[in-house]
Design a protein around this ligand. Structure first.
Ligand code: ADP
Ligand code: ADP
Length: 228
């Protein structure tokens, strides 16, 4: 696990307009930070800068105190959890979770892979479903498989890009509870992007509000809620 430090981050696309404008945020080791704001305020851009899918125009990005501006995504050791799960329909739950370890060819023995997959499945309460295919799982279970794949990589932090936005209201509520519980159990550093007010108020330790590329406010949900 690790801290994530954003120092005066700026992103200008080709048109020169800053999509992210002088944003500084410190995410402590183990902290769950929510990033909210209206559509077009720069949430996805900032997330993509952190994971390394978008160049940083200026400012510094540090993971555990080390500057990573120029590092490839794979060297940053962060795990993205997407809204569409991105599971392989023809692989079992076990093989879906094992996938990133098998990709790192030769790095892990079958025994090591087995241990890591079963540990993750235990944490996520997926042990009874390891031989099933994603198509036979509920939406919530699929989301947990996606998280299992993030966990086995021993990532330093999780990045969530509106992971619940495609779910219906009932499932969204259920997943919200599951993610909150999992975060408490794992205590893993997380940056969670959403435009959902309820998620912002219930999931995070702190909420950062972006507006037109700028950090407008950063506070605990309670502090934000109690403001006039
Ligand atoms: P959000 O995720 O909050 O909806 P984005 O980060 O997607 O916001 O977008 C922030 C701003 O940057 C918007 O004005 C958007 O039009 C612009 N933008 C996003 N991606 C690109 C791109 N690839 N090229 C040019 N402008 C972009
Ligand atoms: P590859 O074929 O190497 O997987 P990608 O373009 O999918 O190519 O990914 C390049 C790198 O980006 C990966 O090696 C990984 O480090 C990072 N990456 C891709 N997907 C994720 C993810 N879900 N979470 C974190 N990092 C990812």
């Amino acid at each position: 696990m690790a801290s994530i430090t954003m120092n005066n981050l700026v992103k200008k696309y080709d048109d020169g307009f800053p999509a992210v404008n002088d944003v500084s945020i410190d995410i402590a080791d183990g902290e769950f930070l929510i990033l909210v704001g209206p559509s077009g305020c720069g949430k996805s851009t900032l997330l993509r800068m952190v994971v390394g899918l978008e160049d940083i125009t200026s400012g510094d990005l540090l993971i555990d105190g080390n500057r990573v501006n120029e590092k490839e995504p794979r060297q940053r050791n962060l795990s993205m959890v997407f809204q569409n799960y991105a599971l392989y329909p023809f692989l079992t739950v076990y093989e879906n979770i094992a996938f990133p370890l098998r990709l790192a060819k030769g790095k892990f023995s079958d025994d090591e892979i087995d241990k890591k997959v079963r540990n993750a499945a235990e944490l996520l309460d997926l042990n009874d479903h390891l031989e099933r295919k994603p198509g036979n799982l509920s939406g919530g279970q699929r989301q947990r498989v996606a998280m299992g794949r993030a966990i086995v990589r021993d990532a330093d932090a999780f990045l969530f890009d509106e992971p619940l936005s495609n779910l219906d209201a009932k499932l969204r509520g259920q997943m919200r509870t599951e993610i909150a519980q999992l975060q408490r159990r794992l205590g893993i550093t997380s940056l969670y992007v959403t435009h959902d007010q309820t998620e912002a108020m219930t999931l995070g330790d702190r909420v950062a509000v972006l507006k037109k590329g700028r950090l407008q406010q950063i506070a605990s949900p309670r502090e934000l809620y109690e403001q006039p």
